[in-house]
Ligand binder design. Sequence first.
Ligand code: SAH
Ligand code: SF4
Length: 399
Amino acid sequence: MQIPGNIDPVVTPRAPVQRADGRRDVLGLDRDELKAALIAVGVPENQARMRASQVWHWVYHRGVTDFAAMANIAKDTRALLEEHFVVSRPEVVTAQVSSDGTRKWLLRAPDGNEFEMVFIPDADRGTLCVSSQVGCTLNCRFCYTGTMKLVRNLTPGEIVGQVMLARDALGEWPSAQDGRLLTNIVMMGMGEPLYNFDNVKKALNIIMDEAGIQLSRRRITLSTSGVVPMMARAGEEIGVNLAVSLHAVTKEVRDEIVPLNRKYGIEQLLEACAAYPGANNARRITFEYVMLKDKNDRDEDAHELVRLLRKYRIPAKVNLIPFNPWPGSPYECSDWDRIERFSDIVFRAGISAPIRTPRGRDIMAACGQLKSESQKISRAELDRIAAEKQAQIMEETVN
Ligand code: SAH
Ligand code: SF4
């Protein structure tokens, strides 16, 4: 049987949509780019570095989006900035708050593409789940995002813009080091971040920059379905924590549920994990494992998982994610006692294997209800449902 699903990076790179007014977004420009952009619009060269730092300070420490408020910049320069630049935010289509504090946003880019972002508060941290693409080309069979037809890479500005918008909503300006609500970021939203490497790298570097959002690389996790050739670069050039969507321990099953496995197999993937720069016992690699009834949830699978992680000597922890069904999904979630048994086996081998509990259920109720409607509605609407569903899944995957 030919299993549907792309295994090659077929993302259509598209130039960011130009704004109708021709102005350029400051978000997503690194400091050198901003400096060059300032010179290009007439800021004297000997002032450009200082002006770029000032703008960055207002943008990333104060959350200012209006150049007129940048008080320490000369009035005529502010006017020049106003004429040529904007400090954008993604447009909010819907914003919901769950009774457990989880927040979810459906966002829209200027070209109409929609993507999701979720914030999950906990006692000791707040995690923002960020999207890297609209849709995903990889078509993992259990994943709703993979069913979306529209795919494009999010720009660095759109990725950074998600974090900025979350901080707006949480009232986190001016930026402080202590007492932040948004303390962690996971690249676990829509899309495969390693198929949008350059933009993700640039965005995360701005997020980590001392003069930017100042979030430590230890508080950022990038999740990949196993784009092996990019993993070493991710470790070296970005240096964040790694999560790997493993989901199966045999070639047969992983080929089916994560089609990318036909290109980069399990052994290759685990070798890349073992070599991941910076992984050690204090900074373990997270293996995500979605529990699919009668597919990947046997005792033998749990034992094999342990064997593989030991064989490659990977400092690992395992996240067991109860499968979240969606309209037409070809799998069911494993029974609860099966998941617990699986978790026990892995735990007993000395590897942490918590079961992820669902969060924010109440604001997601609509997803299930739309099921019977899904045949009648447009492609765009279907993609929106997929985006919403993915947000729900994101909540259940994180933490
Ligand atoms: N593309 C990247 C990051 C986004 S997916 C990756 O695959 O790692 C984020 C996580 O959600 C992945 O572990 C993915 O496998 C999981 N996921 C996707 N659909 C799911 C579903 N229906 N139920 C439970 N987890 C799901
Ligand atoms: Fe893409 Fe990740 Fe979903 Fe697979 S699980 S289709 S890689 S978003």
